[in-house]
Write a protein that binds this ligand. Sequence first.
Ligand code: NI
Length: 249
Amino acid sequence: MLIHLSSWPEIDARLKQTKTVIIPIGSNEQHGPTGLLGTDWMCPEIIAHAAEKADESIVVAPTFNIGMAQHHLAFPGTISLRPSTFMSAITDWVSSLSRHGFEKIYFLNGHGGNVATIEATFSEIYAEWSFVGEHPDFALKLRNWWDLPGVTSLCNRLFPTGHGSHATPSEIAVTQAAYPDRIKTADYAPKIAPNGPIRDALDYRARFPDGRIGSDPAQASPEKGQEIIDLSAAALIRDLAEFSAEVRP
Ligand code: NI
């Protein structure tokens, strides 16, 4: 069940059967000369929606599609929140969903740059409860889609060299499978992009002129992307079932 395509009575009824909800979360930021700006929010959305298609008891919230992208702001089309805004927004999403009775809130993340701030937000939220000595009536979980069991080993097998860490062939392949009419090509020079540290936006653009880090996205294909989606969606269904079955001590 996708929340944005449901009515409130449908959600009300579903809450009698499940208390778990997935929030796909990512970022809208440059992904090299051929990658879609939405790549980091589209990948978790594509995987979560594929899981929901296979098991319609799964509830998926709208995608949280803007994240921590200050280092990509020297590239047009990138939209970023500052960490404090991101933390406030995540807190309000959690408060809204938990108010209705969702007790297990699972963030499926598509952007490595979000991880530290999402985890800091979880700590802030739990601290509010810890200081007053009460138990929240919800639990939070963060999972990067590439950390779902089996996904990284599949990506390593599909792309043994030139995977890199930004504008990777695996994430671009996932978007190609879901949006085959949006596939773009370019002559990448160099073939495999450089590696290096991530700092501010101008430093990033100087180090990584076309936006990629360590990757050769020319290896991406819709077929490889579909393989990644199928494995990720199946792994997500199992991971969610485990999270849902967790019993509060
Ligand atoms: Ni990405």
